[in-house]
Design a protein around this ligand. Structure first.
Ligand code: ZN
Length: 219
């Protein structure tokens, strides 16, 4: 490809990807345009791989779902929230949602792209969280996934680090789903990026608003 047409192609790809918004506003009214370069499939694939590795590791350490009452409680609350996700995006109702609890003192929870939820027991035990409080936290984490904040962070980091050459490769990859090598590189980078890059203030505000709506709708 000639340099001028390559530049034009990159520009077009960037502009196109810059116009995306991942969710319906519903009553929360979140409708910011998002910069997306990596495809949703790429990000969900690498996240699923990372989540499976986490489950395997926790299972080996015997820290996965050790408390039957706790996991039942967390799954019931999560299912009520998940049933409401269609208000923001219909496709989420068909996601392969998973909910697990890891024995871990950290007061934390996360939902990876594609609906892979992990709640740390520290969040429940240390805070003595009520069902409503757990729903507020899990709703917030689900909102991050619905809004694809992970994909957005990865896209920005990728664009910043890869430079023009990387952008050209990515743009080519999004046109050609068979670009396996690019997918492998992205997968290696993906889980690192998901956990290393913090959500922005704006992303946190969006997750708060949408998460609250999910919790309210779920009762
Ligand atoms: Zn958050």
């Amino acid at each position: 490809m000639k340099k001028s047409s390559l530049t034009g192609f990159i520009l077009a790809a960037t502009l196109l990807s810059g116009c995306a918004t991942t969710t319906n506003p519903s009553v929360s009214g979140v409708e910011r345009k998002q910069f997306m370069m990596l495809s949703e499939q790429q990000v969900v694939a690498m996240s699923t791989e990372s989540y499976l590795a986490t489950l395997k590791e926790a299972s080996e350490k015997k820290t996965l779902n050790t408390n039957a009452a706790q996991i039942t409680r967390v799954r019931n609350i999560s299912q009520k929230l998940i049933r409401q996700t269609g208000h923001f995006r219909q496709d989420a109702l068909q996601w392969k949602w998973e909910v697990n609890v890891e024995q871990n003192d950290q007061v934390n929870a996360y939902c990876m792209p594609g609906g892979k939820i992990m709640v740390f027991s520290g969040l429940i035990d240390k805070l003595k969280a009520t069902d409503d409080e757990l729903a507020a936290v899990i709703g917030h984490e689900i909102a991050h996934a619905l809004r694809e904040h992970g994909r957005e962070r990865m896209s920005i980091a990728y664009a910043q680090q890869a430079g023009l050459v990387g952008l050209a490769v990515l743009a080519g990859a999004s046109k050609n789903q068979n670009a396996a090598t690019v997918g492998v590189q992205a997968a290696a980078l993906g889980s690192t990026l998901f956990f290393a890059l913090p959500n922005s203030r704006e992303q946190e505000r969006e997750a708060d608003r949408m998460g609250l709506e999910l919790a309210a709708r779920a009762g």
